[in-house]
Each structure stands twice: as structure tokens, then as C-alpha cells.
Design a protein around this ligand. Structure first.
Ligand SMILES: Cc1cc2nc3c(=O)[nH]c(=O)nc-3n(C[C@H](O)[C@H](O)[C@H](O)COP(=O)(O)O)c2cc1C
Length: 184
């Protein structure tokens, strides 16, 4: 076995798919960011780790609402684009990154078009988010593109073939393929 630096522990524990987190400011400005650090907490509760300085974090504290978006590797360029600029600097992230947005839930949050699945969520623990950046959410509604869902067995096995996982920097893995993408 090779001993590696503890600072790279998270790169071994890559865990779940990269997600995008869509939110809206209290003034109605659309935002979406990329998030590699996330996992289930209960069957209908999720944990998302957010930097306290992100516009998304403030939006969720203010509105208690977000949408978790699970994209395929085909949307890697979108995930890198929305993950490299703050809405507080660029305004509406969809306009700034030329990302096509749609509203699919009644919560009025705009989400990137073409993802494999979307979860409309509500913040459960505001204090924990404010103090630690751990965003614990309750899932209100889940939509999955039906071509990725096994209805007989209720699983996302087909979708998991195409999810993107973070390796380092702008390098993502999906299936057996590791790809380094150009930023910007
Ligand atoms: C591949 C990738 C993974 C990322 N993972 C996370 C993450 O897990 N948590 C986080 O807070 N930021 C993460 N980021 C950074 C945010 O997406 C980025 O800072 C974004 O610009 C924040 O936007 P906002 O300020 O509009 O919310 C990631 C970025 C990329 C490109």
C-alpha cells in the first residue's frame, strides 16, 4: 500500500456524483454551483458541503430552498463553468455562463436543462449551515429522466453509468474514463 498525504484523503473518498445546486437569492437572482462533496443522510435527506462564502450558501440561508441537480458527464463543461464564478460577482449565473435554464418545480428555482435527475429540497438545519457549511436538506420531490430509472427495481443504475465524479482540479471521471477539462 502507498501512504499518501492526509490532505488528499478527500480525493480517495470521492463518494457520490458531482451535483449542481440551484438556488435563487431573496431578490430573485438565479444561481447554480457545482458540488463534489455530498452524500445521502437518510432515504429522503441529503448532506451537501458548502463554502460559507458562496452566494449559494447565502441564498439557501435566506430562502431555505434549493434544487439538487444530477447531470451526466456530457454536462461537464457546464459543471465547470458554473463552479468557477460567484453569482455575487456575475449576477444571474445562467446568463453569465450561457447555461440554458428551466423551471421544473413549483419553487420557482431555475435549474440547468438536461440533467438526469432533480431534487427539490428544503433546508432542515439553518444553524448547522451557518456555522459549519454542512447543508442538511429534506427532499420534497424527485424527478428522474425515465431512461435512467429502473422502474421494476427502483434504482438509478443506468444513470450511475454517466454520473461525473471529481478527481482533482478540473479532472472528472465517469465510468472508466478520466478526463481533464479546460477551465473557462
Ligand atoms: C468540480 C467542482 C466541484 C466543486 N465542489 C464544491 C463543493 O463540494 N463545495 C463547495 O462549496 N464548492 C464546490 N465547488 C466550487 C463552487 O462550485 C464554486 O465556488 C461556485 O463558483 C460557487 O458559486 P456561487 O458563489 O454562485 O454559489 C466546486 C467546483 C467545481 C468546479
Amino acid at each position: 500500500m502507498l501512504r499518501i498525504s492526509n490532505e488528499f484523503a478527500y480525493r480517495v473518498m470521492t463518494g457520490g456524483p458531482i451535483i449542481m445546486v440551484a438556488s435563487k437569492s431573496k431578490d430573485g437572482v438565479n444561481d447554480v454551483m457545482t458540488c463534489a462533496w455530498n452524500c445521502p443522510f437518510a432515504s429522503d435527506e441529503m448532506l451537501v458541503v458548502l463554502d460559507l462564502g458562496h452566494t449559494t450558501t447565502q441564498n439557501i440561508i435566506d430562502t431555505k430552498k434549493l434544487v439538487i441537480c444530477i447531470a451526466s458527464i456530457d454536462m461537464a463543461n457546464t459543471m465547470l463553468a458554473v463552479g468557477n464564478v460567484h453569482a455575487r460577482d456575475c449576477g444571474d449565473k445562467f446568463i453569465a455562463t450561457n447555461t440554458k435554464g428551466v423551471e421544473i418545480f413549483e419553487n420557482n428555482i431555475v435549474v440547468p436543462q438536461g440533467c438526469m435527475a432533480y431534487m427539490d429540497c428544503s433546508l432542515i438545519n439553518e444553524t448547522m449551515l451557518k456555522e459549519t457549511g454542512i447543508c442538511h436538506v429534506k427532499v420534497n420531490n424527485v424527478f428522474v429522466d425515465e431512461k435512467y430509472w429502473d422502474k421494476a427495481n427502483n434504482h438509478f443504475g443506468e444513470g450511475m453509468k454517466y454520473t461525473a465524479h471529481h478527481v482533482c482540479e478540473a479532472t472528472l471521471i465517469s465510468g472508466n474514463t478520466i478526463t481533464s477539462f479546460h477551465r473557462g
